[in-house]
Write a protein that binds this ligand. Sequence first.
Ligand SMILES: Cc1cc2nc3c(=O)[nH]c(=O)nc-3n(C[C@H](O)[C@H](O)[C@H](O)COP(=O)(O)OP(=O)(O)OC[C@H]3O[C@@H](n4cnc5c(N)ncnc54)[C@H](O)[C@@H]3O)c2cc1C
Length: 690
Amino acid sequence: MTLRDVDPGGSIASRWERRRAELELVGPVRRRRHHVLVVGAGLAGASAAATLSELGYRVRCLTFHDSPRRAHSVAAQGGINAAKNYQNDGDSIERLFHDTLEGGDFRSRESNVYRLAEQSACIIDHAVAQGVPFAREYGGHLANRSFGGALVSRTFYARGQTGQQLLLGAYQALAKEAAAGGVTLLARREMLDLLVVDGRARGVIARDLVSGALEVHVADAVVLATGGYANVYFLSTNAKASNATAIWRAHRRGAAFANPCFVQFHPTCLPAAGEHQAKLTLMSESLRNDGRVWVPLRPGDDRRPDAIPEAERDYFLERQYPRYGNLVPRDLASRAAKAVCDGGRGAGPGGRGVYLDLAEATQRVGAGMLRERYGNLFDMYEHITGDDPLRVPMRLAPAAHYTMGGLWVDYDLMSTIPGLFVVGEANFSDQGANRLGASALMQGLADGYFILPYTIGDYLADARLAPVAEDGAETRAALAEVRARLETLLALQGRRTASDFHRALGRVLWDACGLERSREGLAKAIDEVAALRESFWEDVTVPGGTGELNQELERAGRVADFLEVGELMCRDALAREESCGSHFRVEHQREDGEARRDDAGFAHVAVWMPPKSRSASGASATHAIGAASSATSSTTCGRTPRCSRPWIASMKVWWHQVSPPWPSTATAGRASAEPAASWSTVARTGRCRE
Ligand SMILES: Cc1cc2nc3c(=O)[nH]c(=O)nc-3n(C[C@H](O)[C@H](O)[C@H](O)COP(=O)(O)OP(=O)(O)OC[C@H]3O[C@@H](n4cnc5c(N)ncnc54)[C@H](O)[C@@H]3O)c2cc1C
């Protein structure tokens, strides 16, 4: 199996243009004959499905939500980046490219990032044309604010509802196409497996979540737009239903998984209040435009914030990172917050938070202006905590938020399974080891509106696709596996709920594979997760049956997958012997506590393969093609703390071969179906484009 390299190379600024020029086209009449299945109808999926239909493809779009408008994208608050330079403050495509690379601690794929920066401006134009009500200046120009990791204001926003407004734009495009007959929209369908025929993705097995019926959806190409997996931690800022099942099942069918341990912890969330909490709430990073972050100078100081005089406060972000101040990238802000809390200076009950104080901004611009900018965030905060943020500093803490890891894709956004494309948060491609704020919406919409619609044509133009029978051998086998797994879950009749296992998994991961990771902690966590998984397949209880609405059954299936994803995350974190971006290994830090990257050894994407992709001889595959770049230099840029080192922007792809001890779904579903020891076969076997 080979990782396809379709990056055209050469000057980075002209790569996408050149790639587009060489892509094969599908004529309008042939497009009408091609069926494309899009799984997911958040920003990435809805934009992709609508655009493909506008081009003339016949699209079927599945979502487990009851409407695309309920996708997790609706929660995005703060904004979307674009290199428009409306503020005339020095922004450019080049600068957005550099900020994103630097924000990702030089672990992103440069070609994709450059293309993303180029496309950013088109997204805003497109959304404005759709009627998305971005905030405007008094004179009518679109307004901007700043986000972490940037010294310019390039974030477009619609109060604190940017995701919702953008999703309404994408949804109306999708609804228009559905009404015109180009898109068949199927809500309340959960993809439970990928259908691979003759080595190509040819559809999915889905469950109708209302009737419980299993369905086969056949297509010429499949697009996964199923979001991120931060809910693996149980407590996260993600919508409660967000999960990893679609990408994990595709992984088990042979799609490579890249950088699973790169998870972003957002610094401005409400601290966890207790054991029975089901999710965490985000307060948008945009608040760091006006809020100053501080903790008491003295450990154990439990006075109310207004009783702590100015001289006894530590504005630690402004002190540690004077250039960016409160707008440092999220990984740095989160880790700094953890450090002060660990040092006994955390704010509020339990010492788990830091203050975000709007007093200075209130004096500077007035409460009315702040309400205009952040009104709904203030309402949400007050609703939950009972405090008015304009009177009492907000108390915030880091929480699991976004997954930079995901299915590996090439420059065309195709996974290692031909015909399987992955867009939005579900892929790994653009954000490196840490995503900058307001860049996820940008990526999802660039993928869906402007990249995939071109690249999928190149695949369809060339592919010789025989018709797939819905009752063919591969389909029947995949259906039987899905059915057996559901029945196994129902038959176990154990003593613990799926949520109970999920909560336990979250604790293990938060402690060992969270803001800080250590060799010892990760090794222990791998054993703990494996034990938890084994216990799950013996002791989980799922009431009800398969042929009906059964949310416990849905949950159990998702938790079973999280129990496998969690272990892979720990394996990946253990293998990456460096600190970079969100991945902080205590063994790899400088004297001042900052992350120590190892560019010589680890400037690569860690690509994990499931055992099925082993060669027939059982030997590890040995080829790996870099999504490499020639945009390298060895100058010192010195712009952020992590930039005081040589700029090494090149990237190498390593091939890891793993044999996870996941349950065999065709049989009883026991974790012991494969020995845990086989995990240790992780091998670095290939390297190219060094
Ligand atoms: C609270 C919060 C605030 C955020 N704010 C910002 C922000 O201001 N700016 C920014 O850039 N980013 C922000 N982000 C990140 C951003 O919202 C997400 O990365 C982005 O919306 C993901 O979009 P998506 O289309 O890839 O996935 P999603 O919006 O998660 O959509 C996933 C879709 O896939 C479907 N699906 C999933 N699995 C299956 C399955 N097995 N079968 C069928 N359907 C399935 C779901 O039903 C859904 O339709 C925020 C994130 C959070 C949590």
